[in-house]
Design a protein around this ligand. Sequence first.
Ligand code: SF4
Length: 227
Amino acid sequence: MTRKQQRIGDKLATQHHAAARRGFALKVFEEVDAVVDRELTMLSAKGRRSTCAKGCSHCCRQETYVPRAEAEAAVEWLQRAAPHLIADLEVRLRAWLTWYRSEYPGLVAGGIARRDAFSAHGPQCPALVDDACSIYPVRPVFCRTYHVSSPADACRPAADPAHLDVPVEVLAIAAKTTPIASTLRAFIQSQGSDFKGSVHLLAEWLIHLLEIEPEPWRTSPPPSWTR
Ligand code: SF4
């Protein structure tokens, strides 16, 4: 099979199995939440309490990669349960894409690490509204498992005047949920799709799935895209 045939096959499999994939992602979210709750309780009993709370969003500038299935679950939820959020989200996604294409390449070319280009120089996650996650019920696994025990101000970018210069202590929760996240990988592969190839930045997936632009992972917009 040629690479082109493989790509077409993957695309058809992707569309055909979308509903099952979304359902599986929602199940994974639930199972991950149960493990996170259990781990937070256990760590708290040992004196390592999470300092994360609603209203604190410094970590929502990270380079957040998600498999297509997680983003599909988020978009399906938006379209079904929160369509009123979509228009404003699209505005923020377009602004994010402008930064991603105009400033991000220069930052990385200038020697700034990719993750630092996002966390210290990038816009906030387009899903963030008034320092709260607007897609909270369907936020990615990465966001569910990221908790710190250090003071919240330590998570601010270094250039922020309120930044506290102490190490960020990330609680070791993500590793505990890896076996659950791995079931999603196995499920997607059982559908005949390439899991690794389905991983992109959350914003890229939202832009693609909301049909703002078909290939936001390209460094320039496709010339034929006129929407
Ligand atoms: S999806 Fe929500 S929790 Fe995750 S980075 Fe974006 S705003 Fe923050």
